[in-house]
Design a protein around this ligand. Structure first.
Ligand SMILES: [Zn+2]
Length: 287
């Protein structure tokens, strides 16, 4: 799944590699996908509008990759599982795809959706209406994501309730949410902070809040620096260099930091991974 670090890596690569290229042909919907989010334009309208446009700057926005199609439009990709690939010849273009852009210099961009994801065209002036974009949201990779800002998010929690909706996992990926972080990046962020995904956020000490904040910054920075997580691929079909600590194959293995073992559970609509010893549901250990 494309989350903020991967979106950042791919957006940079699109800007470096594709900026200035003119699109001479656009094909969306060659292989229909039930969970490809298209927005308001039909495939035929998409092709007509995109043809003749020039690739501009791309930037990450949460889990989306927004690429300027000059003039006046934005191509929105990501928001799910996608292979976004650059090709220098027709030979590597996959047989089935949800988007193919042909550039004037004989190169191509393809997008293949797995699970769900979007290939959406938006007018630059209508970005505020994009359903998966929160304009004004604070990126955890930005300078505006300070510890003071992070601390203020705790004020949104109901003071007396202790439910799944006040757990660490819900806090980070749902509400109030760290923008662009999903279930993929969540696991190592919580592990590095020694916080269990089911831990009640209002029970965190100031030290634990600080550890979590530091872990969000450090883990996401490292994921970007290393070209994304190793479960994801970049524009050149290369897996990321960030080796995830907690993932399905680590289940049952010893924790790299203590005597505990890595465990898996289903929680809030997805798997959670954690160390049985340094991430305790009730807290106390680790810090
Ligand atoms: Zn451990």
């Amino acid at each position: 799944m494309i989350e903020l670090p991967q979106a950042t890596v791919i957006a940079r690569q699109i800007t470096e590699e594709l900026r200035g290229k003119e699109i001479i042909e656009a094909l969306r919907g060659q292989s229909p996908h039930k969970f490809m989010f298209k927005g308001k334009y039909s495939d035929a309208e998409f092709a007509q509008i995109v043809r003749g446009k020039t690739i501009g700057k791309a930037q990450p926005h949460g889990m989306a990759i927004l690429t300027d199609l000059e003039p006046a439009f934005i191509l929105s990709l990501g928001c799910g599982g996608e292979r976004i690939l650059y090709h220098t010849s027709q030979k590597t273009v996959p047989k089935k795809h949800q988007l193919k852009l042909d550039f004037q210099d004989g190169t191509y961009l393809t997008v293949t959706v797995s699970g769900w994801g979007e290939v959406r065209l938006v007018e630059q002036s209508a970005l505020a209406k994009h359903p998966h974009i929160k304009l004004g949201a604070i990126s955890p990779l930005s300078d505006a994501f300070t510890f003071e800002y992070f601390n203020r998010l705790f004020d949104t929690l109901p003071p007396d309730k202790r439910t799944q909706k006040t757990s660490a996992k819900y806090f980070i990926i749902s509400e109030p949410a760290i923008y662009g972080v999903g279930n993929g990046c969540l696991q190592d962020i919580l592990y590095q902070a020694r916080i269990h995904p089911k831990r009640q956020m209002l029970d965190l000490s100031q030290e634990e809040r600080r550890a979590l904040y530091d872990s969000i910054r450090r883990t996401l920075d490292e994921m970007v620096e290393r070209g994304g997580r190793n479960s994801e691929y970049d524009l050149y079909n290369k897996p990321g260099g960030y080796q995830q600590i907690l993932h399905s194959k680590a289940v049952g293995q010893l924790c790299p930091e203590c005597e505990g073992t890595i465990q898996k559970a289903a929680y809030l609509g997805g798997s959670i991974y954690f160390c049985s010893s340094c991430q305790l549901e009730c807290g106390k250990s680790g810090l």
